[in-house]
Design a protein around this ligand. Structure first.
Ligand code: PAF
Length: 274
């Protein structure tokens, strides 16, 4: 497995791979890899890629000033081992300084799907995500990139960015991987105490308690009540059209129920496609 830290070197290597007619898959991550990420690497393999590039980069540009950029968990050694075991062929560990050169001044903004949900609560977050993902697409010349459904809004925005900016890349969205309790796997779960981890299970329970055909307002009320009962602080509960992310009237096929809630100080997100 190859290791790159310099974007220019990775870009040159990828250019060589493509010149031989070989296919590249990209799995963008912020590291501290768990089973959810490993499922993305396996999905990249299923896509028939010859080279699977995993990027491990805690992207400062997508964190707000009061968010957890500094304390976001990092473990490069463990990530390296997990990537190799899951079948990656190259890992990219750039630094903020070599991703964002002095006087970096170009950013990518998506102006429709980013307006609500996490976009409304985390100003600038998706601008940071789109910018780094666009850079990773350009660095790797990937044919396919795999993202997790757990970040549902992010995946929709990236699909829109690829479409609107004519990136020649297939975007694959892989299903959420859950702990046996139902809690969606996330690197941020490491922040949770044992009690918080138990309370956090209420999120997946509540979204799976929604029945197809339920009215959106009633479903949202029920979810919010269940989360509050478990001691969580609701950031948002929404039921939206899965494509446009506009409010839906009913939780029917083609809609998505999304939740963001604070469990102690940890903000967790989850969703369910009806
Ligand atoms: O989903 C994530 O881990 C990040 O937002 C991503 C896509 C790797 C961009 O930094």
């Amino acid at each position: 497995m190859k290791k790159f830290t310099d974007p220019a070197k990775l870009q040159k290597w990828c250019r060589g791979v493509k010149a031989k007619g070989r296919k590249i898959a990209l799995v963008p991550t912020m590291g501290y890899l768990h089973d959810g990420h490993l499922s993305l690497i396996r999905e990249a393999k299923r896509q028939g890629a010859d080279e699977i590039v995993v990027s491990v980069f805690v992207n400062p540009v997508q964190f707000g000033p009061n968010e957890d950029y500094e304390k976001y968990p990092r473990d490069e050694k463990a990530d390296w081992k997990k990537c190799r075991e899951a079948g990656a062929t190259a890992v990219f560990f750039p630094t903020p300084a070599n991703m964002y050169l002095e006087r970096h001044s170009v950013y990518v903004t998506e102006e429709d799907l980013s307006k609500g949900l996490c976009g409304a609560r985390r100003p600038g977050h998706f601008r940071g995500v789109c910018t780094v993902v666009a850079k990773l697409f350009n660095i790797t010349h990937a044919d396919v990139a795999v993202f997790g459904q757990k970040d549902y809004q992010q995946a929709q925005i990236i699909k829109r960015m690829a479409r609107d900016l004519n990136f020649d890349i297939k975007i694959v969205v892989a299903p959420i991987v859950r702990e046996p309790s139902g809690l969606a796997r996330s690197s941020r779960n490491t922040y949770l105490s044992d009690e918080e981890r138990e309370a956090a299970v209420a999120i997946s329970k509540a979204i799976y308690a929604v029945k197809e055909g339920d009215g959106a307002a009633q479903a949202k009320r029920k979810i919010a009540a269940a989360l509050e009962k478990a001691g969580l602080n609701v950031d948002y509960v929404e039921c939206v059209d899965a494509e446009t992310l506009e409010d839906a009237k009913k939780a029917v096929k083609g809609t998505c129920v999304l939740v963001a809630a604070f469990c102690g100080k940890t903000r967790l997100i989850d969703n369910r496609l009806i």
